[in-house]
Design a protein around this ligand. Structure first.
Ligand code: NOJ
Length: 547
């Protein structure tokens, strides 16, 4: 496989509203990010994926864009953006922009024009249908509850919105729309960015009349065209958000021979604690063997025909340490377990802000504390459907998007060092104990575990290109695998439980010194090892010399 710079990179996702405020308005901004670049350089990351900073009425916190080539004043100016790209470059950090082109805001000038009349030149930029029997054209649903069709009273037609009704879907069948998008992408490429994270990109080939949303027939044709017309000329990282991807589908996107994207985010593991056929709010307990099966399938099946992205967290997901770990007595151990398990895999790892210090979910007592549109819409819909309040709040606390969007915890001061004013979303009270300042001062912190993992990736091709073999497939608690490369073999082993577990491996050697660990054990006698809660380690199975 031809080597690429992004094979060796680690990406750090910034949710700008919540990262660092520089002007005291309670909202994070670009100057705030610039002021924290040294921190990110110290962590060792290579790329920042910046969630949207464009002009937006903020119906969906910036994922509803009204001008793709301008910066929201909450975040600063285009001059600040140029400075961020420049300052990041000085530290060998690339900036990856969020590309949200399945839909725009209803305040985008294209939509303002489009809704004026049926014969407006911009009408066909969006997807319009006549009512059927005085109602919606069909029963397609929005990801944010309710129908995906909204009646435009003025013109008497419905427009499609797969997200909020203030996020009308663009009509990708219209060639001019596609050209507008590519021109806009080239504007950003010319600024020297490192690539694009493509929001719900699997939806752009939709056929709404057939109720096909993901993986439509023309999807890959569009992506190949996009590649030709924009980033194909440059050496960029492109990652598509593709909720419905299987490994076979992921190869269509990321096989270098097809000239589409560098990689995709797959979400199969994310869905494992949700009931079959229901939605994300219908919880079920995670099965560790299932998780191992899914992640291992992705590790082995892309082979040389694609590339994985590796993640536990993002701005749409709850904090992994709260969700599948133990964010109380084993917060540090379990956070490190997740880090080691993921960063020793093959693919490009993504860290979501605060993950590197083990930030946790923020449980709500009442819906009045929620901010996110998805959460709010679901709450009121389910109340109407007869669910109990407590039951809905329980789902929100487990899965709601506000969990990840609480301000970054920099120190133990009143607003956690995030802002000199009142934060737009209250800071988590546990910032008194969990914060960057503490983490930097403690050699054993989660931060230094991440830093070491990033370094290991840079120094050891086995981490980047080694093969992957799962061990103890059916073990209900142990997650163990071997990476192998040019005669080297590394064993990665984790007790994915809060009880001690006996390890039964076929490997019998006794190894002094681990490559990385989350308990300070001196010797790993593989023939006879009892692992502590969440204990995780990596050892070289054929060390030439003791490290
Ligand atoms: C996926 C984004 O990650 C999410 O935050 C957003 O709400 C939807 N796409 C719609 O843009």
């Amino acid at each position: 496989m031809q080597e690429k710079w992004w094979h060796q990179s680690v990406v750090y996702q910034i949710y700008p509203r919540s990262f660092q405020d520089s002007d005291g308005d309670g909202i994070g901004d670009l100057q705030g990010i610039i002021s924290r670049l040294d921190y990110l350089e110290n962590l060792g990351i290579d790329v920042i994926w910046l969630s949207p900073v464009y002009q937006s009425p903020n119906d969906d916190n910036g994922y509803d864009i009204s001008d793709y080539q301008d910066i929201h004043p909450d975040f600063g100016t285009m001059a600040d953006m140029d400075e961020l790209i420049e300052e990041a470059k000085k530290r060998n950090i690339h900036i990856v922009m969020d590309l949200v082109v399945n839909h725009t805001s209803d305040e985008h000038p294209w939509f303002i024009e489009a809704r004026k009349s049926k014969d407006n030149p911009y009408r066909d930029y969006y997807i319009w249908r006549d009512p059927v029997d005085g109602k919606e054209p069909n029963d397609l649903r929005s990801a944010f509850s309710g129908s995906a069709w909204q009646l435009d009273e003025e013109t008497g037609q419905y427009f499609l919105h797969l997200f909020s009704k203030r996020q009308p879907d663009l009509n990708w069948e219209n060639e001019t729309v596609r050209q507008e998008v590519y021109n806009m992408m080239n504007f950003w490429i010319d600024k020297g960015i490192g690539g694009f994270r493509m929001d719900v990109i699997d939806l752009i080939g939709k056929l709404p009349d057939q109720k096909i949303t993901g993986n439509g027939p023309k999807l890959h044709e569009y992506l190949q065209e996009m590649n030709r017309e924009s980033f194909g000329k440059a050496d960029l990282l492109t990652v598509g958000e593709t909720w419905g991807a299987t490994p076979e589908i992921a190869k269509l996107y990321s096989n270098p021979a097809r000239k589409e994207l560098s990689m995709v985010f797959q979400f199969e593991h994310v869905g494992l604690d949700q009931q079959e056929g229901k939605d994300k709010w219908d919880l079920k307990e995670l099965s560790i063997p299932e998780l191992k099966k899914v992640l291992s399938k992705w590790q082995v099946s892309l082979d040389n025909e694609g590339w994985n992205s590796l993640f536990w967290n993002n701005h749409d997901l709850p904090r992994i340490v709260s969700r599948w770990g133990n964010d109380k007595e084993y917060r540090i151990e379990s956070a490190k377990m997740f880090a080691i398990l993921l960063h020793m895999m093959k693919g490009t790892p993504y860290i979501f802000q605060g993950e590197e210090i083990g930030m946790t979910n923020y449980p709500l007592k009442d819906i009045s504390e929620a901010n996110d549109i998805e959460t709010l819409n679901m709450y009121y819909e389910r109340l109407e459907e007869g669910y109990r309040k407590e039951e809905i709040i329980e789902s929100i606390n487990a899965k709601g998007r506000d969990n990840a969007r609480r301000p970054m915890q920099w120190d133990d001061s009143e607003q956690a060092g995030f802002s000199a004013g009142m934060s737009w979303l209250p800071v988590h009270p546990n910032h008194k104990e969990i914060n960057v300042s503490e983490s930097l001062a403690d050699e054993q912190s989660i931060f230094y575990c991440y830093k070491k993992l990033i370094q290991l990736r840079k120094e050891n091709p086995i981490v980047i290109y080694g093969s992957y073999t799962l061990l103890l497939e059916d073990d209900p608690n142990i997650f163990a695998y071997i990476r192998a490369y040019e005669g080297k073999r590394w064993l990665v082993c984790a007790n994915f439980s809060e009880k001690v577990q006996n390890l039964q491996l076929t490997e019998k050697q006794s190894i002094n010194y681990p490559i990385i660990q989350n308990y300070s054990r001196k010797q790993y006698d593989l023939a006879d090892l009892t692992l502590e809660p969440y204990e995780t380690f990596v050892v070289d199975l054929n060390p030439e010399k003791e490290i």
